[in-house]
Structures are given as C-alpha cells and as structure tokens.
Design a protein around this ligand. Sequence first.
Ligand code: FES
Length: 138
Amino acid sequence: MDEASRIAPLSDIPADSTLLFTVREGFDKVEVICIELEDSVAAWRNYCQHWTDVRLDKGSGAYVRDGEIVCEKHGAYFEGNSGLCTLGPCEGAVLNDVDVAVEDGDVYLTDERYEFAHIGPSGEYDLSSGGRIDFAGN
Ligand code: FES
C-alpha cells in the first residue's frame, strides 16, 4: 500500500469510539468514520440514514456500543461491520461504506473513489450547530 493512502495507526482508533478522517472525492471533501472490529476495520461516510444532513460524528468520535455505532441525534444504532441500522428511526437502512484495510498495524484507504486528505473533520461544517433542528426541537 502506498504512503499517500495511509490514514493512521490502528491503535489510534478508540475502543469505544471511531476515528474521523476526511477524503477527497473530486473537488469535494467527504468525512469518514472508521471503527475497529474484532479482526478488521470498517469505515462509513459520516452521515446518518435518518437525516442525511446530520453527521454521526461531531468531530470527536461517534459513540460505539457493543460494536455498533450510535447516532447522537436520535440514537439510531448501526452495525459496525455491515452499516445496517438495527434500531431507531431508520431501521433497515445501511450506511455508505468506504473501503479501508489494515497492513502492518496501519489503516489504509483502499477505496478507488476517494483520496485520503487528512485526519479530523473536513472543516466544511459548523461544528457548533449540532446539526439541524426539527419543529419538535429534536
Ligand atoms: S439523525 Fe440519526 S437517528 Fe435521527
């Protein structure tokens, strides 16, 4: 694997959270969250399937419980290995996958659609907003 696609050491992925990084898709920047699984890693585009303008990760890691990623907005659960929503308002929906792999203790982006940009948020969101608010204030 080439150095330009190296994301981070595997040990940088928190046990109870995800690692946030940014990739380029043409001229656009796209956020991705990476979760460590029992014997591999998986990565998902950083937006919820309930409200697609809401990020799963607000810049400090999405909450992970029993191998599932939890959307902080309304608490939907997504399987870390399949991206399937198992509980919540978008049950049955699936997160958009991004291909990653581990080699010699480092995580690499292996998805031909994207180029690795940097660790952390894209900088294209207002982190203070906390996503949109509906009429019920949720
Ligand atoms: S926005 Fe994620 S569960 Fe509602």
